[in-house]
Write a protein that binds this ligand. Sequence first.
Ligand code: AMP
Length: 555
Amino acid sequence: MLRGQMMDRPLMIADLLRHAALNHGKQEIVSRLPDTGELHRYGWADCHARSQRLANALTGPLKIKPGDRVTTIAWNTHRHMELYYAVSGVGAVIHTANPRLDPMQIVWIINHAKSKAVFYDVTFAPLVDAIAKHCKTVKNWVAMTGEATKPDIKTKQSVYETLLSNAGEHYDWPEFDENSAAGLCYTSGTTGEPKGALYSHRSTVLHAMMSATADAVGVGADGIIMPVVPMFHVNAWGVPYAAALAGSKLVMPGAQLDGKSIQELVEGEKVNLVLGVPTVWLGLLQYLRESGKRIDTVHKVLMGGSAMPESLLRAYQDEYGVEMQQGWGMTEMSPLGTVGKLLPKHEDLSGDEKVKIKLKQGRLLFGVDMRAVDDDGNVLPRDGQSAGHIHVRGPWIISSYYRGAGPESFTDDGWFRTGDVGHIDEDGYMTITDRSKDVIKSGGEWISSIDLENAAMGHPDVAMAAAFGHPHPKWQERPLLVVQPKPNTNPTADSIREYLAGQVPKWWLPDGIEFIDEMPLGATGKILKTKLREIYKDYKFPDADYEGGAMPTKG
Ligand code: AMP
């Protein structure tokens, strides 16, 4: 083999920031601050300068060494950006804890990560007081604010702005092996203990390069991007890195994620691209409809994290002229795997046909290799209908979990088992039909809980819907649909069943439809089916015959 004669320069996260500071220094990062509620604005050059000071504070008074873990419990703000770059930049690992987790779960992950320092937004002061004494490895707690707004807590702490003003200005970002660890994010942990995905400099920079391309997130210097997806949820889908690479303007919503606050920021900053999970867009839509306000500057909403409901897609597209795209990925994939942009050949399709394609999870992006396999491990054809277990591999997909958790998630031939079930078509569009554990198996046949939920969400009175398999005396499992009605509505089970009848095969129609006031949501805004299964564990389908013996266990 003839060796190429190109420079072997490492892919370093700090270089993204250096590039943005040098070439897009005045391009703004605007943040709604959790401590004062004010809008803070500065440019990429300021972000770089303050990150250098922070690097000096980390390596000086805080004694952070290469490889150490530093935890953040924080919203999307410029300070969190500085931590992203400075912590990785000094060779340490930024561990973004999800504050919506149960406090003892946060303790668990901080201890598991053996974090040396925790930086927190003032809104989380009570949480810090509750967990600090359990976090044995943490030497420093830092409030991400100034002296005037520092919270009064029992735990000994430093103040972010004071650390920065006392730190030296100059810092040269070291160059080291691009495969060194840079970030750590734990999976939501709705089942079992959370597992850590440990990203490297190389994986992060490659993911940023891919995500900036036109058919992925698509960011350039003309981008005014608001990641509503939190920086504690898979690095806000990589936006803080891709935006630096492209020199985009960033708008950080801080702690205020309600419809009104989001709309105000979008309008005020002329945001043209927003990213987040469906629950956020549901809240915003409700506000827009009630207030008559608009989001006219937005060209595109990228929605991911759970399936995009058709009703939401149509509402934003038809009422607000917004291009809706769906992305699919996961913590273990940095997270992007697919994005649902239409192809030129789809141009002449009818509106309804286009919607059908947009409801798929999206097209495979370069760098993510994917296969669907059946229960016996046979690779299924890419025919857009043969659903199987989705496996992936690629340079920004984990090769193992942090500290060796979950070895069963990896195949012997080097693929990662996503736990999703779906099919792939000949254009590379992937459609998720279920999580492996959520597949409804009725008489041995698979029913897609996601399709049922999406169909139910189209009913005018349904705010949220979740379908799952529930034990049935004849069919092992049948679908049970749980619905949270929209405020001030009173849908009946019959009206929902009637509505579904035209949209899904007859044998998929749920045998039970139940109503709940508030859907249980997990730490990343997803419906907690585990909780629903618990709530309805003694439920009996109205028309099933339970006579003649015990109910069979789940098949
Ligand atoms: P997380 O690691 O918390 O981001 O969760 C990843 C999981 O969320 C995936 O494995 C999917 O089950 C689900 N998910 C993410 N995006 C989508 C999507 N667009 N449609 C359906 N499920 C999704």
